[in-house]
Design a protein. Structure first.
Length: 318
């Protein structure tokens, strides 16, 4: 057994320090006085010479570390895939390998296309109650700020993107345009009632306690008893972050036809599933959400996208 003394530990620290550069001076721009702009003094040369990778919308040391990390995880998964027989079928590790293997099978994705969505679309057509699936754009202002020309442009492109996806799913151009109009109409009504980002920072304003009886009376279209039970919650009270939104949502439930809500739900199902389906849908999703909204030039390699999904679904097993 090796024994460490204070002096030997100090020597080890000195040796490690000699090997590892704590501050990379080549990243600095010493032509700038630190008291004038400390950020550029420390990072100026790095900012001037570093290019953002084509498959990234932003770049920095933590993202660089992330890329190095997933490259190592890829090696682990490829080795596990080659030796899958060593893992008991049904074990968490086996499931993680199977998830990765299926995700990497691009031919299977092309063969299946969007077929997996069809049973869910049938279920949506049978719904008699309304459900809320969120907004497809990052912020309410994209819908309501008519003074911002960029937001208006993106909203128009978003509507065109919805139509394009529905056409890929089998709708005619006319039908797809109507579906896109329905979705944008509904989402705009929801956005108008949503809190701004500044309002969402108000912790006291987001703390609104309601009894289940009060909430059910205010929003009779929602079955709060079943909703809370479905989430495993058992309480006579619930905190609502935006009461005005809930009241507005109740009004939209009553105002719009069930078919409009069904189209809205189909869109959000398709939107969330598109990154995992056949290439055309994956590409269309990237063209809008990656290129248009984030400014990313190229789609990430398939293995990177699959690993990100696998880590989200079976992180500890990996």
């Amino acid at each position: 057994m090796e024994t460490w003394t204070t002096s030997s530990f100090s020597q080890a620290q000195e040796t490690d320090a000699a090997k590892t550069q704590a501050i990379n001076k080549s990243y600095m721009d010493t032509s700038i006085r630190p008291q004038d702009d400390f950020f550029r003094y420390v990072n100026g040369s790095w900012l001037a010479t570093t290019e953002i990778p084509a498959d990234q919308g932003r770049w920095g040391s933590f993202l660089e570390l992330r890329e190095l990390s997933i490259a190592g995880v890829k090696q682990v998964m490829e080795a596990a895939k080659a030796n899958i027989s060593e893992y008991p079928e049904g074990s968490d590790q086996y499931k993680a390998i199977a998830f990765y293997t299926i995700g990497m099978d691009s031919l299977l994705a092309e063969k299946r296309g969007h077929k997996e969505l069809l049973p869910w679309f049938d279920q949506i057509d049978k719904l008699k109650s309304k459900l809320y699936g969120g907004l497809g754009l990052p912020d309410r202002d994209y819908y309501v700020d008519e003074s911002n020309e960029k937001f208006k442009e993106i909203k128009a492109k978003y509507e065109a993107h919805i139509s394009k996806v529905f056409q890929m799913l089998g709708s005619s151009e006319k039908e797809a345009n109507k579906l896109a109009t329905d979705v944008l109409l509904l989402e705009t009504k929801l956005a108008v009632a949503s809190k701004t980002r500044i309002e969402m920072r108000d912790s006291e304003g987001r703390y609104n306690k309601y009894s289940m009886e009060e909430l059910q009376k205010a929003t009779p279209s929602l079955d709060w008893s079943n909703l809370t039970k479905a989430f495993g919650a058992h309480s006579d009270e619930i905190i609502i972050s935006s009461p005005d939104f809930m009241l507005a949502l109740e009004g939209v439930f009553s105002e719009l036809k069930p078919k409009t809500w069904q189209n809205y739900l189909k869109w959000h199902l398709a939107r969330m599933a598109s990154p995992y389906l056949n290439h055309d849908l994956v590409q269309a999703n990237f063209d809008f959400y990656g290129k248009e909204l984030q400014g990313t030039e190229e789609m990430r390699a398939r293995w990177k996208r699959v690993l990100s999904s696998a880590e989200g679904a079976a992180g500890e097993a990996i």
